[in-house]
Ligand binder design. Sequence first.
Ligand code: AMP
Ligand code: MG
Length: 509
Amino acid sequence: MNVQDQPNVNGRAVAAPQWRCAGLMARLGPRFGTELPPAALPNLRWVARSDGLATQLGLTDWLNTPDALALLGGNALPPIGSPRASVYSGHQFGQWAGQLGDGRALLLGEIDTPAGAQELQLKGAGLTPYSRMGDGRAVLRSSIREFLCSEAMAALGIPTTRALAIVGSTAPVRRELMETAAVVSRVAPSFIRFGHFEHFAHTASDSQALQALVDAVVEQFYPDCQHAPNPALALLEAVSRRTAVLLADWQAVGFCHGVMNTDNMSILGLTIDYGPFGFLDAFDPSHICNHSDHQGRYAFSRQPNVAFWNLHALAQGLQPLVTAANCGGGDPIDALKAAMEPYKSVFAETLQARLRAKLGLTVDHADDADLFDDLLRLMAQDRTDYTITMRLLSRFSCAEGAENAALQDQFIDVAKFTAWAARYAQRLRWEASVDADRAARMDRANPKFVLRNHLAESAIRSAQAGDFSELDRLHKVLAAPYDEQPDAPAAYAALPPDWAHQLEVSCSS
Ligand code: AMP
Ligand code: MG
């Protein structure tokens, strides 16, 4: 069945997705993947929908139609084009893993939207030639985690793939326990990963395909690189810069990705592939959110270095396109290294800027880095809650003799906190900071609400029992993470309950 161009709601025609004849993947051709339809699922029903994203895409009415349910559940085909799974390779946990590919994701195609051209992808839509040992499915549990976190990250202002909806099914799926299948519809300008480049450099050894991929990505997403002496090198530099900004965003908000393999790194610098991610509760730089990451390779504080390591893997993937002749006559390896070099300064500068905003500082001062470091060290020592402490900082008064009791109560080492608070107060007075103005500004930098693991878990448990109201409530609150939202459940902004410490999140999804 093909979905109609003009579905109806109450007899009124609604705007359906405007499909493009050939998206980037389709233009690249068969070397880049395999065309195949999604595998249908029984008893489809809506689990969640993102009204915010639907509005941005101009699909609000359409998302209420049976056509949308069938399409986003994998039981119908788009009116033009063919769904396809793409092939990529990658490094997993530091080792070359060879060919991977979309094992359970299918690109439905590209649509024109008020927010520009977007790819629409189904995750969990059935087996593909790249499924390896997997079953091509995603379970309700992991789909809810991906949906909630994509939308929460977008609301935080952090680059990410988006999630339009979750469609649930009664089909059983075996993980550690028996669960049920779901399909997340993901939206992004492109789902191309570092691993796509690695694939054509190493697995397929096809430098023509590699060149075509670079040309297509540069033309559509990095037009400024088109006229560089070597577009592949210019692309590497541009991706290094975007990745640096992304990592600064993650570190500033306390987000731990969990599986930073090169196949989970977006060429657009988006957060992609939400698996065993976590937001920090107690501030612990060595926090490992992925229960399967025994070595702590992807621990919170290691993420910025891992991203740089991953950029080296991308550089190796681009190396076939960089020769002495086309990189200015120098050593190609030096040219690739130079292209990645801005990562370090952009990351450091962006993180400083994010921390400056979190502390409400508007003027640069040479001692600020020490002020940030000492606060974070103290928070790590006392394991204060990252989100709560930062939000309370917005209420800090820099008046002489002010007590700042609520903030102080977060710390065990009161003497050290008091000493730090005195420096901070003095620093604020130095730039004549006004408490109320600063508080309003800082509330835009220090979210009150993040997707803590236990909040996702509660929504999942209710949804597994057939009640989606908790998922809906949490999704709505996370859509405005910087707002006070006095009507939101107090638990959403509170310390995690004791049972939350037993939660373990692994790669199983
Ligand atoms: P991930 O760690 O979730 O990013 O997945 C790594 C690779 O395994 C990707 O190529 C996925 O497409 C694939 N994969 C993960 N889960 C499944 C599954 N249930 N069925 C098929 N492929 C899967
Ligand atoms: Mg992945």
